[in-house]
Design a protein around this ligand. Structure first.
Ligand code: SF4
Ligand code: SF4
Length: 151
């Protein structure tokens, strides 16, 4: 009780707040002149989802459908067929970026690490149809890097 009264009389909380403001007044400017300047992204940054292949160039995706079931917005659809080895392989793999909230549930659910977040975040397009990304544009290579640049 006495402590509370003391704090009120001597405006301790107000002084504490002003000291924080004062500290930031003397620190350097932190505004970044985007897009000329860009911030360094953290390793776990969640950018555009990408599909990955193994070292031999085969899909890591085994068309198990775990990502489809995990996605709360049903944004992933896959059509699969069995190959000569009787294993399921995705023939089509479509992702609707327009409603993705980057929650990561699909990434966590994937048993083969086939789907992962990239560091791509400049994802604006003029045509909404481009936000339905098909399998050939889901892999990270020189052509797909340009996908969001060519509007
Ligand atoms: S990150 Fe979340 S919302 Fe986006 S596709 Fe994956 S599960 Fe769905
Ligand atoms: S969870 Fe992974 S392996 Fe299974 S369908 Fe999705 S991307 Fe493919």
């Amino acid at each position: 009780m006495i402590k509370k009264i003391f704090k009120k009389i001597f405006l301790i909380d107000l002084i504490k707040g002003l000291l924080v403001t004062l500290k930031y007044f003397f620190l350097g400017k932190i505004t970044v002149q985007y897009p000329e300047q860009k911030l360094k992204l953290q390793p776990r940054f969640r950018g555009l989802l990408r599909l990955y292949k193994d070292e031999e160039g085969n899909d890591l995706c085994i068309a198990c459908g775990q990502c489809i079931r995990a996605c709360p917005d049903s944004l992933i659809s896959i059509y699969s067929e069995r190959g000569p080895d009787k294993k399921l392989r995705p023939i089509t793999w479509t992702f609707n970026l327009s409603r993705c909230m980057f929650c990561g549930l699909c990434v966590e659910a994937c048993p083969t690490n086939a789907i992962r977040f990239s560091h791509e975040y400049e994802l604006a397009v003029y045509d909404r149809k481009k936000l339905y990304i098909h399998k050939k544009n889901m892999y990270l290579d020189e052509n797909t890097k340009k996908y969001f640049e060519e509007n």
